[in-house]
Design a binder for this molecule. Sequence first.
Ligand code: NAP
Length: 470
Amino acid sequence: MSQADIGLIGLGVMGENLALNIADNGYKVAVYNRTADKVDSFLSGAGDLSDNVMGSADLAKFVSMLKRPRSVIIMVKAGGPVDSVIEQLKPLLEKGDVIIDAGNANYHDTVRRFAELDGTGIGFLGIGVSGGEEGARHGPSIMVGGSEDEWHNAEDVLNAIAAKFDGESCCAYLGTGGAGHFVKTIHNGIEYADMQMIAEIYGVMRDGLGMSPAECADVFREWNKGPLDSYLIEISSHVLDAVDEESGKPLLDIIVDQAGQKGTGRWSAIEALNLGVSATTIEGAVAARSISAMKDERIAGEKLYGAAPKGKAKLDLKTLEKALLAGKIAAYAQGFAVMAKASEENGWNLPLDQIAKIWRAGCIIRSRFLDTISQSFASGTAANLLTQPAFVEMMKDSNGALREVVAGCAMAELPTPCLSSALAYFDGYRQANGTTNLTQGQRDFFGAHGFKRYDKEGDFHHSWPSLIEK
Ligand code: NAP
């Protein structure tokens, strides 16, 4: 067989499916995996695609199967395993070859790996891949970071395997260094917020309105025909509809309410905090997963304070739908504001409209909403979504509903960490005269940090009285 167009290391859930996707698109792919059995079972199970797949459990042999200049995708567990694979690959590669880390790397690791490969002549791309198992197999969204020259080495294959929206590939080169992995991190932060707000609205329906999972599923199905139309709303209706075969009960009533997290949502919140950008809805979603993990403490807490009353929310479904839309606008506004700031700080020049475009299909947050975001950023210059005309209109129409839901849930004793932070973000964003004049006064009082005045230019300090009794 002729040599492979591209190599792929790591035949886990994502790697195996990406390799099949590459082969399915007519490219020859060579595979390698640490555990040798997986290489054999992959090759023997490739079926109709077997002409386009090859591989070896010997790394040097795997490398020898690749066309020069070689492109090698690494799709292994994030963190140390990626460093270990790079170290093993380095002596086998040569100037002009490129390593492509396609896992969920912390972008700081990506920046470090660039530096470590600097001077070797071996190129590096950090790419974010979203879409889970199905996306990897049939078309993920791909966010590319690194040098543009090296991107051109792998461009054809990555464009071919990516999802398509109206015929356009959902893969794009976004900027140098860690840009691709940074954007993927923020994608996941937005994903956390989106998922949590949907869960909060489900909570209102379940506990505040006394609806069954099947009734909630019907509502989500209906909403999926309107402005909330998205993959996450669609899968929520399927999850709500599912029945446990063993017990005959709704599956959702059997699933324990403890959410896992692998780190990307948390990284997203950390980056926002480090950049000084308000992303409270993303932070709220991370915190909600953390409190969900404290099941025993929550059980004890309910015993201490009593359970929230059931069926006490005085809210209608139209209001819930609009509230979810308003919350979603705030969360996306935060995520895009974080990317705008990171772009400025890192000199990436991130194309926000292009990012929204490649999220329209393939990835977990795919939705029609992203098409509107893309058009807004393409036509406007303002960085915050809340100032983009299409979203100003939507927010004017829906923020009242968000207010009603947050207030209603507060009175019905239902937690809404994301929806309420979204409302607070919006109210803070549109408040010309805030209250941190008092904060500045306090800071100047105890730390002589100074303050600015409305009536004069410059920095000022007040002579505060000493509170220590003489
Ligand atoms: P997975 O199914 O758990 O597979 C992990 C792969 O990493 C296996 O091939 C494993 O090899 C390899 N590996 C682990 N430690 C290694 C080491 N020290 N040296 C060499 N290889 C090692 O993982 P996955 O879900 O495919 O995820 C892969 C990457 O994609 C991760 O960064 C993940 O965060 C990211 N990602 C996952 C999803 C998703 O939905 N699953 C979506 C987007 C991105 P062995 O077979 O030898 O153990």
